[in-house]
Design a binder for this molecule. Structure first.
Ligand SMILES: [Zn+2]
Length: 304
């Protein structure tokens, strides 16, 4: 593996459907798709959807006439032509199914279903929090099969909001990585540094700013490795690697970081084995960044 090889597997970036974005404004097409006999509806409520666990975790869909009333969001079409829609709850009773969210099943679902749940959870939160126009305060209405809201007074269009956040694996010249603990985290939690991109800032500038703010280190050789949506509630996580001088003093910002330290692979393995550090689950891009450096799954890694 080269130093800048992309991340290979990201739990929430595995969607397989054609999003048919060009069809969203075609009301006749959307109406026909909703009425087609094979159409499936994924109902979501509070970030959770019905999931069947046997024989393997799978989303439980309902037919359009079983969906709750309200807006429908066109999620996509599979290779057989079956259309998938999302709708806000209440969740339907589906035999053998139980409600689950991305944290529980985002890494366990197959690619298609992981992508569908990620998409529908993001849309649910956006619709729930953007009912009014940010310009004039009037109510907004759903358009474009759930992917635009339009102000009922001034006609302004509003698109689903996504907040970019950078997350970076900082390495030193001895190939150690920097892991830190946030103030509200459990005592055994460590992760790589991360932060939101600010207005007027490039991704690379955000990486450098966050590292110097959080631990006082200057970084160089900032490289992009991959991204995944993180609609909890509306982030897009952009993964990077960067280099820093491991001999420079660490100066953690007490408001953001309780402690920060460099780890070799052997030190990280020993800390996990001793219960001093809990390995992250595979859902997060942080786990994938650490695994990419570590060379495979971490010891005692949870399933999700
Ligand atoms: Zn308005």
């Amino acid at each position: 593996m080269t130093d800048h090889a992309p991340l290979e597997w990201l739990a929430l970036a595995r969607g397989t459907l054609d999003r048919v974005a060009l069809r969203r404004r075609d009301d006749a097409w959307v109406k026909a798709a909703w009425a087609a006999p094979g159409t499936r509806v994924l109902v979501v409520e509070g970030g959770r959807a019905p999931v069947v666990y046997e024989p393997s975790p799978t989303l439980a869909f309902v037919a359009p006439d079983e969906a709750p009333p309200g807006d429908r969001w066109l999620l996509g079409v599979d290779p057989s032509g079956t259309a998938y829609f999302g709708a806000a709850g209440p969740l339907p009773e589906v035999e053998g199914a139980a409600p689950a969210g991305l944290r529980e099943v985002g890494a366990l679902l197959e690619d298609r279903d992981s992508g569908l749940l990620t998409h529908v959870v993001a849309l649910e939160h956006w619709h729930a929090t953007h009912r009014f126009c940010p310009r004039c305060g009037a109510p907004t209405e759903v358009r474009s099969a759930g992917h635009v809201r339009v102000c009922t007074v001034d006609g302004s269009e509003h698109f689903p909001r996504v907040d970019p956040a950078v997350i970076m694996l900082v390495r030193d010249e001895a190939d150690r990585i920097l892991l830190a603990r946030g103030p509200s985290w459990p005592a055994d939690r460590r992760s790589v540094l991360a932060g939101f991109v600010e207005p007027g800032e490039s991704l690379e500038q955000a990486v450098a700013r966050e590292v110097i703010e959080e631990v006082g280190l200057a970084v160089r050789d900032v490289r992009y490795l991959g991204s995944q949506p993180w609609p909890l509630p509306r982030s897009l996580m952009l993964g990077f690697t960067a280099r820093a001088d491991g001999r420079a003093p660490l100066r953690p910002d007490p408001e953001e970081i309780l402690d920060a330290a460099w780890f070799t692979r052997e030190e990280l393995r020993a800390a996990i084995d001793a219960g001093e550090v809990v390995a992250p689950g595979p859902l997060s891009i942080a786990a994938q960044l650490i695994m990419r450096w570590y060379g495979g799954p971490l010891p005692k890694m949870p399933l999700f």
